[in-house]
Write a protein that binds this ligand. Structure first.
Ligand SMILES: [Zn+2]
Ligand SMILES: [Zn+2]
Length: 287
């Protein structure tokens, strides 16, 4: 027990020091400045070559989503996630140790070349996320949390990170165990995470990007806008892809009936959905 308390305290102080040094020392291995840089690049493109020409550069909910971006990416980690995940990793290792297991590595991935390791991890993680995203749409209580992301009515890059912090917990905890069992370490996540942020920003951007024939592999704005469409061909939604679109084509959940540039976004009753960060955070718990 004392051991876990120490983990909690160390996680907080460790993360705080990390956060301060991230902001103070820009560099290539730095989440904070990568997020700022990628956001500026996509925002600039939205201003120069917008898909919906009439949309303001400071679109509806621009500042709300900017806040979500920093909250979900940094502050939530600071407040809770870093601690929760450190405790979870220890619980998981203690649990394994109780059965006399030390290293649950199923495949010797650490000996693979870096590119093969990263590519495999990227594809597996994305497939797990695609499944979690489907769950968010099918399980009623999960949908109440996921509605925050679907309350976006005008798309722009920052809408990517408008989601309830419960999603971070669901995605990371479900994802962590299978990835750890294959032998991927947390330190392997950096590049993959940056690539996923870039693709995710583009998916939500006011840019018309389709990647040509690569659209069957990579998710894109022309496809993801239909995931946010208010009127859907079924109850549970379409185009669940996160970074890759290939799962939607394989499992027949892909849907692009026409150019979705001016499609109405949201869900039934989105007009009555809470409008502020605090209200949106409390909303699913009241439900
Ligand atoms: Zn969704
Ligand atoms: Zn989205």
């Amino acid at each position: 027990m004392e051991n876990y308390w120490k983990i909690v305290v160390d996680s907080y102080t460790g993360y705080w020091n990390y956060l301060v040094s991230e902001i103070a020392y820009p560099g290539w291995h730095n989440y904070f400045w990568w997020l700022v840089g990628l956001s500026l690049v996509v925002w600039l493109l939205e201003i120069i070559v917008p898909w919906r020409k009439g949309q303001s550069s400071f679109r509806k909910d621009f500042w709300l989503d900017a806040f979500y971006m920093f909250f979900n990416f940094f502050l939530f980690s600071l407040i809770a996630y870093n601690t929760i995940s450190n405790v979870a990793v220890n619980l998981f290792n203690d649990f394994l140790a109780a059965f006399g297991m030390q290293n649950p590595v199923a495949i010797e991935v650490q000996s693979w070349p870096a590119w093969a390791k990263l590519l495999t991890m990227f594809v597996i993680a994305d497939f797990i996320q695609w499944n979690i995203h489907r769950l968010l749409h099918r399980v009623p209580w999960m949908w109440e949390f996921h509605k925050v992301h679907h309350s976006v009515e005008e798309m722009g890059f920052a809408a990517h990170l408008r989601f309830h912090w419960m999603e971070t917990i669901l995605y990371k905890s479900i994802q962590y165990i299978p990835l750890a069992m294959i032998g991927f370490g947390l330190q392997d996540f950096f590049i993959i995470h940056i690539i996923a942020v870039a693709i995710g920003h583009l998916n939500h951007s006011n840019l018309y990007v389709t990647y040509g024939p690569l659209k069957y592999l990579l998710n894109n704005p022309a496809m993801h806008i239909w995931h946010h469409a208010k009127t859907l061909p079924n109850t549970y939604g379409v185009n669940y892809g996160i970074s890759l679109s290939v799962w939607d084509y394989l499992f027949r959940t892909a849907y692009i009936p026409k150019n979705g540039r001016d499609e109405k976004l949201g869900f039934d009753g989105v007009e009555q959905f809470p409008k502020t960060f605090l209200q949106q955070t409390i909303y699913p718990f009241k439900k």
